[in-house]
Design a protein around this ligand. Structure first.
Ligand SMILES: Cc1cc2nc3c(=O)[nH]c(=O)nc-3n(C[C@H](O)[C@H](O)[C@H](O)COP(=O)(O)OP(=O)(O)OC[C@H]3O[C@@H](n4cnc5c(N)ncnc54)[C@H](O)[C@@H]3O)c2cc1C
Length: 498
């Protein structure tokens, strides 16, 4: 990894921030605030509440603000600067995404990672940079939030979403800072629109294969758990899966001094080609949502079937350890334990281990999330209305919410929960309806712009009477009436109040 020498003398970031302000000024952004205020029970109702202040939530918030929707707030249960996976459970050294992707920059050059990086470390070091170090990406996201002054409330978990009869959505919040001394503060917020920017596992949770669910918790973890790797020193560790996370967790265990790591992979070979990147284009980004359902399903089914390979760096990071063993064609057929020794059976043998890590991804079963308990029974999933050809069946795709063009959830039975049309799923669950625009770095700005424009349009429509009244009341004259000598005599007065 390249050593970083910050630029001397001038404060590069201050210069960049001044440039960003000027760019926004030239573009007349943000637009002035335009949404009429709504009050209920003496409380100002947020136009948009965003659950999750990871990259997706921040990008959505930023674009809403550029569009003049500033009565908004983000809530994140994580402490400030710890949102998302980057400095919590992600264990890779660098991002998989190529460094030049513009991510959440919303087409503002001064907001890109590259601008931020060059401002601090020079163009030369940018050229020399191989890939973006994981923790540095988080530093960039912290800067992004700060420089745009996004209204995040950290340490605040949304406990439950409650659609009310008056159309407003109530959020029960639990404010619980790490140093709270055991006292959590409960409060509520009211919102007209809610964006679920809850991340990769945001509509579900970690997936553990059924065969291993009875294994006691102190003998296993999911890759998204906090894992005490120091405690694995000298231990026999198993890792299940062939994903990037499988290799990064295996490497972290080995680097922490594990006695050995066995990687169990169902497939008979590691996937080697990241298929979906092969057709990446603005066409895919903007065209996916308009495809017929059969084609959306077909593309994502093929992509899941062929699976993205683990990054070469992650595989090499593991392969350099002689006591790392890769077991292909080795699905777990049985998992048990005797005392604190875990036994794993595969078609190729039985293995004794001290600890098992599941890098087996996430599911999107919304009814497993407590905060969505009141809305989940009403949410229409793809499996409720779409039946793929038998050879294309997929529980994972079938559990995806069937979103509308505004990223909003839809009712399974019409009329049972109309508020769903204002609850927008801006997370992995959106992929089958909208394409991969609501999570990963490559198209997050496109997704945020699509979402924010949809919300702007809905807010305008919902307030059309107020806007019509404002249209009628508007009386700033552009002509003074004295431009034409005979104006008073010749020009008919038009009654603008009709
Ligand atoms: C190990 C790992 C590596 C990855 N590497 C890459 C990569 O290299 N390139 C790439 O493009 N993508 C990568 N991804 C995908 C990555 O998740 C996304 O790019 C990015 O994190 C998406 O941002 P997000 O805002 O959607 O979700 P997140 O960053 O996960 O943010 C979601 C936020 O929602 C909050 N939240 C959830 N529920 C609640 C609640 N009820 N109340 C309050 N807050 C809540 C969480 O605390 C979290 O901070 C990786 C993912 C993982 C797991």
């Amino acid at each position: 990894m390249t050593a970083l020498n910050p630029l001397p003398a001038v404060d590069g970031l201050a210069v960049l921030e001044a440039r960003l302000r000027e760019d926004l000024d030239w573009l007349e952004l943000p637009a002035p605030s335009w949404v009429p205020a709504h009050n209920v029970d003496g409380q100002r109702v947020l136009d948009v509440a965003i659950i999750g202040a990871g990259m997706a939530g921040l990008a959505a918030s930023a674009e809403l603000r550029l569009l003049g929707i500033d009565n908004q707030r983000l809530f994140d249960q994580a402490p400030e600067g710890q949102e998302g996976p980057w400095v919590t459970y992600a264990r890779m050294q660098t991002l998989r995404s190529p460094k030049q992707l513009t991510g959440p920059a919303l087409r503002l050059p001064a907001l890109t990672f590259r601008a931020w990086y060059e401002a601090q470390f020079s163009r030369k070091q940018w050229d020399a940079l191989y890939k973006i170090p994981r923790t540095q990406w988080m530093e960039y996201l912290r800067w992004y939030r700060r420089v745009l002054d996004l209204p995040v409330r950290n340490d605040t978990r949304v406990d439950i979403l409650r659609p009310r009869r008056d159309g407003v959505i109530e959020l029960d919040l639990v404010h619980e800072p790490a140093n709270h001394g055991g006292r959590a503060r409960r409060e509520t917020a009211l919102a007209r629109h809610v964006v679920l920017a809850t991340g990769r596992e945001g509509l579900g949770g970690p997936f553990i294969p059924a065969v291993a669910r009875d294994l006691p918790l102190h003998l296993r973890a999911h890759s998204s758990d906090t894992i005490d790797f120091d405690a694995l020193r000298g231990k026999r560790v198993g890792v299940v899966g062939a994903s990037a996370s499988a290799f990064d967790n295996a490497a972290t265990a080995l680097e922490a001094g594990a006695a050995g790591v066995n990687l169990f992979v169902r497939r008979d070979a590691l996937p080697r080609i990241n298929k979906l990147t092969g057709i990446g284009s603005p066409g895919l980004v903007h065209g996916f949502a308009n495809l017929p359902d059969e084609w959306k399903w077909r593309l994502l089914h093929y992509s899941a079937l062929t699976q993205a390979p683990p990054p070469r760096d992650s595989v090499l990071r593991v392969a350099r350890f002689p006591y790392a063993k890769l077991h292909l064609s080795s699905p777990l057929t049985r998992v048990g334990h005797e005392g604190d020794t875990v036994f794993v059976d595969t078609p190729r043998g039985r293995y004794a281990l001290d600890y098992l890590i599941f890098a087996t991804g996430f599911h999107s079963e919304i009814d497993t999330r407590d905060e969505f308990a009141l809305i989940a029974p009403h949410v229409r999933r793809w499996r409720d209305r779409f039946e793929p050809a038998p050879e294309l069946s997929s529980d994972d795709l079938g559990s995806s919410p069937d979103l509308d063009r505004n990223f909003a959830l839809q009712e399974r039975i019409v009329g049972t929960c109309p508020a769903l049309s204002r609850i927008h799923s801006f997370n992995h669950g959106a992929s089958l309806t909208h394409g991969k625009v609501a999570g990963d770095i490559p198209a997050i700005s496109d997704g945020a712009q699509r979402l924010a424009r949809a919300i702007a349009a809905m807010l305008f429509d919902a307030d059309r009477e107020a806007h019509y009244a404002a249209l009628q009341a508007f009386d700033t004259a552009e002509l003074a009436g004295d431009e034409w000598a005979d104006a008073a005599a010749d020009v008919r007065t038009i009654d603008t109040t009709a």
